[in-house]
Design a protein around this ligand. Structure first.
Ligand code: C5P
Length: 217
């Protein structure tokens, strides 16, 4: 079946998630937050006592993930973990388990299954390259490291969490480094992906740009 797919890839805190969800809603498409699957895997591994570097154990956890996505709510084995998976600690764990090839394989089909009529917007790092190489529109959404650190900082403060800009900047840099330099599905802009730099751009403009690209297809 030929389900229309839009693939949006890019680094953390680029505004990708917010923009992607809005575009999906505008088009009435399903939405895949693939980062959430890696975050859930990191959390489930931790709960199961499996180290984030134990490839075989984490891959087993990934293959057996009992997850329900219901709007903004994410249930892991029936427990609401929506807030827990967004912590910086789990973000770091996600980027560690995401570097393990067996974990990525274990999550491959689960991600492809999100492609259902009338269409899908996939958000992640390897949507356009590995999961949906057939995607009609591929977008590489990014912003400067400074802008991204600032956004993450404001997000944490707004949530009432403690935040330290220098620590966030260092953390993002380390995660970028892991995502770009890993052997499997490294983060990079594909030759057939359109670049959307949101450093000096609001969410509305980023959403409108992607919708225009989609209409032009
Ligand atoms: O996008 P988010 O920050 O939630 O992703 C958490 C981590 O999961 C990323 O740092 C990245 O290492 C990993 N990830 C990935 N491939 C994806 C989505 C996320 O490797 N498609």
């Amino acid at each position: 079946m030929n389900i229309p797919v839009i693939a949006i890839d890019g680094p953390s805190a680029s505004g990708k998630g917010t923009v992607a969800q809005r575009v999906a809603a505008e088009l009435g498409f399903h939405y895949l937050d693939s980062g959430a699957l890696y975050r859930l895997t990191a959390l489930a591994a931790e709960k199961a006592g499996a180290g984030w570097d134990d490839e075989a154990a984490v891959a087993r956890v990934a293959a057996a993930l009992d997850v329900v996505f219901d709007g903004d709510v994410v249930l892991l084995a029936g427990e609401d973990v929506s807030t827990e998976i967004r912590s910086e600690h789990i973000g770091v764990g996600a980027s560690k388990v995401a570097a393990l090839p067996a974990v990525r394989s274990a999550l491959l089909q689960r991600q492809r299954d999100f492609a259902r009529a009338p269409g899908l917007l996939g958000d992640g790092r390897d949507m356009g390259e590995v999961i949906f190489p057939q995607a009609e529109l591929k977008v590489f959404l990014t912003a400067t490291p400074e802008a991204r650190a600032e956004r993450r900082y404001k997000q944490l403060i707004a949530r009432g969490e403690a935040a330290d800009l220098a620590a966030i900047t260092a953390d993002l840099a380390a995660r970028d480094e892991r995502d770009r330099n890993r052997l499997v599905a490294p983060l990079r802009q594909l030759p057939d992906a359109k670049l959307l730099d949101t450093t000096a751009m609001g969410i509305d403009e980023a959403v409108a740009t992607i919708l225009r690209w989609w209409r032009e297809k």
